[in-house]
Design a protein around this ligand. Sequence first.
Ligand code: FAD
Length: 320
Amino acid sequence: MAEILVYVDHVDGAVRKPTLELLTLARRLGEPVAVALGNGAADTAAALAEHGAVKVLTADAPEFAEYLVVPKVDALQAAYDAVSPAAVLVPSSAEGKEIAARLAVRIGSGVITDAVDVEAGDEGPVATQAAFAASFTTKSRVSKGTPVITVKPNSAPVEAAPAAGAVEALAVSFGPLATGTKVTARTPRESTGRPELTEAAIVVSGGRGVNGAENFAIIEALADSLGAAVGASRAAVDAGWYPHSNQVGQTGKSVSPQLYIASGISGAIQHRAGMQTSKTIVAINKDAEAPIFDLVDYGVVGDLFDVVPQLTAEVQARKG
Ligand code: FAD
């Protein structure tokens, strides 16, 4: 059976959810071989095996921590050379997309980014992408070389599928470019305790209707009751009410959660571009004519200052 290389996104050995989703897709195409790099790489093996990795190639070296993406590309290319896979799947983070693009150039193939689905086709893997603010989907495949595909978080379920997960050390030699860009300082972001916006299963977003930075507390309270991430429209971000890192939309982040709750957001095309692929969309808006209601699964016409606290109280009450 063809082997499918899966690039592992992990933090000190803790595998992040988008990688487990990639394993689900990889199993549709062949036998997943995972590539885990950096500190704690070998600690990823158990979780990867539980979700279908037949083999886990690991490498650790100071270069992975001290320098940016090129050492990782060198390692992924070493894995590619060792395995000769039928496809390479990479999580669609900013780093993942850069790694994927560089690998595709090196191996003389094509790259498809931000896929929302991948399936086996007669002539190789077929990737689905959302286009034009997710109003359309396109299906494409790489016609030359081994496809390199990045997949957005929340595009596939996480499935238990126990496999051997045999750990093998990957021999990597770094080329002259690998040490070209050095990380000189890291400033850890203050943790909110909330899930990462692009990976969250539930996102609660606020817009101009929230009417002030201090009022975002009610959006955060609803998010916390649901274990959700907090998002914001550009209007709210531009007003300085919420950080740009939480902006959802064309010039912010793309999210695709199971549930997206938009409060006080009108539904401009640029906002929709970042959330339209959410599985279930709920909007709370006091204007019944707001365009957001054109794409919702459930709409509440009402004042968010009445509705959101009631919703939070109801969620809390049901949690007991
Ligand atoms: P508004 O459009 O002003 O809507 C506010 C809504 O809140 C209204 O529908 C109103 O009825 C409702 N409301 C008011 N008070 C209440 C209340 N008390 N209770 C309930 N509802 C209430 N936007 C993004 O979001 N993300 C992007 O990435 C992005 N990128 C852009 C890129 C470009 C190149 C351009 C030109 C624009 C971009 N925009 C983006 C901006 C976008 O066009 C809209 O201006 C923006 O999304 C509007 O934000 P909003 O819905 O919060 O505000």
